[in-house]
Write a protein that binds this ligand. Structure first.
Ligand code: MET
Length: 469
């Protein structure tokens, strides 16, 4: 789902494959075909051009003992150009057995040269502007995707199922998709597992789990649009708790008994962030805690963050704050990652301050005491990580959060600073944005604060420990 947003430089329409100023990888299928990438230089094959997905309907049958996945993906999209052929992203460890476009058999290929492209050639071209449905039948044993920074993601097998986290490129490891943050879509999941195993995905359970012949199916629906990297369908043994926050948002938490977790602050955190950053973007919340500590990170899977192990309070607050900063306002390009991580990290400090613990300014002081000689702590500057391998470096998080705290101090008026975060989020709700957009938004809003451009240059872009801002 493409969204438009307005910045000081005008209104830009972001649609997959049409990011202004980026060059998409041409399709292997030649003229009249959608491109094989959406134009992000960090991940050139990620996403595709020529269409805009509105909805994924994923039927997934899996057996933890074998790791096998047998699936059918029904993808509803609109053609943004005439399509003689188009690509979806899908790892070649999964084998496609049949594809239809609007019910008619289509030709397909998974070229080894491209690695993660499923090239679909419909029986007749899809007209520009037409809505069409692609159904892909596929199966195999999904394998993890290894990222440029060495971490693993995608369908990560566990002792009792699979822990599924997908930032930045894990989704094609388990379903065919337009794997760019700029193409947001709604989801249905129908996950079938051996009875006794629980399947948890984004959104809400739409009916009681259905059991037949020793297999149980969980039907989840997410009605708000999200980027593919925020989708998940995790399976295993979980203790489930449901309820409502005092503010009325339904929650569903699922915790692996091997990772006893204190999630008691979750309802208060969601309600608190809602009062500060704007109405909670989704129709339910919660958390998923698995026993997969080898993964080494948590992820802000939409509605319900995923934790590889029992989270501490700051980590829980970080992932919940991402629902506004990351899941509602999402990066336009991966280099914009500060808009996700710097904001979520600062928000966790702000929760700590709000709940009478360490204040955001105390966190700032502690981190600012790090000597300039610790260049790994201060670099890369958060406004431009420079490389896909550095997307999740500490500087993006800690120097990134310090940037917002320093901005808070520079603006010198808490209501004005919090109003900025609130209005930024609501202006870009369910959309995408770039770091430059936040800078322009802030500069335009505070003409009375001198030197903001210089401030952002020093904190976001200059290498090394910031000084003299
Ligand atoms: N976005 C995650 C976080 O909240 C990190 C993902 S690392 C692939 O820290």
């Amino acid at each position: 789902m493409a969204r438009s947003w307005t910045s000081r430089v005008g209104t830009v329409l972001l649609s997959a494959g049409a990011i202004v100023g980026l060059t998409a990888v041409p399709s292997s299928a030649g003229g009249g075909a959608g491109s094989a990438g959406a134009g992000d230089p960090y991940f050139p094959l990620q996403g595709n051009g020529g269409y805009d997905v509105a909805h994924y309907d994923l039927t997934l049958a899996t057996t933890p003992a074998t790791g096998r996945l047998d699936a059918v993906a029904a993808i509803t999209a609109t053609a943004t150009q005439q399509l003689k052929a188009f690509d979806l992203d899908l790892r070649r460890t999964l084998t496609v057995s049949a594809v239809t476009v609007d019910g008619r058999p289509a030709a397909f290929a998974q070229p080894a040269s491209l690695g993660q492209e499923l090239v679909v050639t419909p029986a007749s071209p899809v007209r520009v502007g037409a809505q069409f449905t692609v159904v892909v039948r596929y199966g195999g044993v999904p394998v993890e995707v290894t990222d440029p920074d060495g971490s693993v993601e995608g369908w990560v097998r566990t002792a009792d199922g699979a822990f599924v986290v997908n930032e930045p490129q894990g989704s094609p490891g388990w379903y065919p998709c337009n794997d760019t943050p700029t193409d947001k879509a709604t989801y249905d999941f129908h996950v079938t597992v051996p009875t006794g195993v629980t399947a948890v995905a984004n959104g809400e359970l739409v009916r009681a789990p259905r059991t037949s012949g020793g297999r149980t199916t969980f039907d989840w629906h997410l009605g708000q649009p999200i980027s593919t990297y925020l989708s998940f369908a995790t399976t295993g043994q979980f203790q489930v708790t449901t309820g409502r926050t005092p503010g009325g948002i339904p929650y569903f938490t699922a915790v692996d008994p091997a990772q006893p977790s204190d999630l008691s602050q979750l309802p208060a955190m969601v309600d608190f962030f809602g009062t500060v950053f704007g109405r909670y973007p989704f129709s339910s919340t919660g958390a998923l805690v698995d026993d997969a500590p080898e993964v080494g990170y948590a992820l802000e899977t939409a509605t319900r963050p995923s934790f590889d192990s029992a989270p501490d309070e700051l980590t829980l607050a970080h992932e919940l704050a991402h629902q506004w900063f990351g899941d509602s306002v999402t990066v336009a390009r991966w280099r914009d990652i500060w808009l996700n991580e710097g904001f979520a990290e600062w928000s966790s400090w702000f929760w700590s301050e709000h709940s009478g613990q360490t204040s955001a300014q105390q966190f700032f002081k502690k981190y600012y005491a790090t000597p300039a000689s610790k260049t790994d702590f201060w670099n890369p500057p958060p406004g431009d990580p420079g490389d896909a391998a550095d997307l999740f470096d500490d500087s993006i998080y800690e120097r990134g959060a310090m940037t917002l705290q320093a901005l808070r101090v520079k603006i010198g008026d808490d209501a004005a600073f919090l109003g900025l975060l609130h209005d930024w989020q609501t202006a870009h709700r369910f959309g995408n944005a770039r770091v430059e957009d936040f800078v322009a938004f802030t500069v335009a809003r505070f003409p009375q604060v001198p030197g903001l451009q210089h401030f952002f240059q020093v904190w976001l872009y200059d290498p090394g420990k910031p000084a003299n801002w």
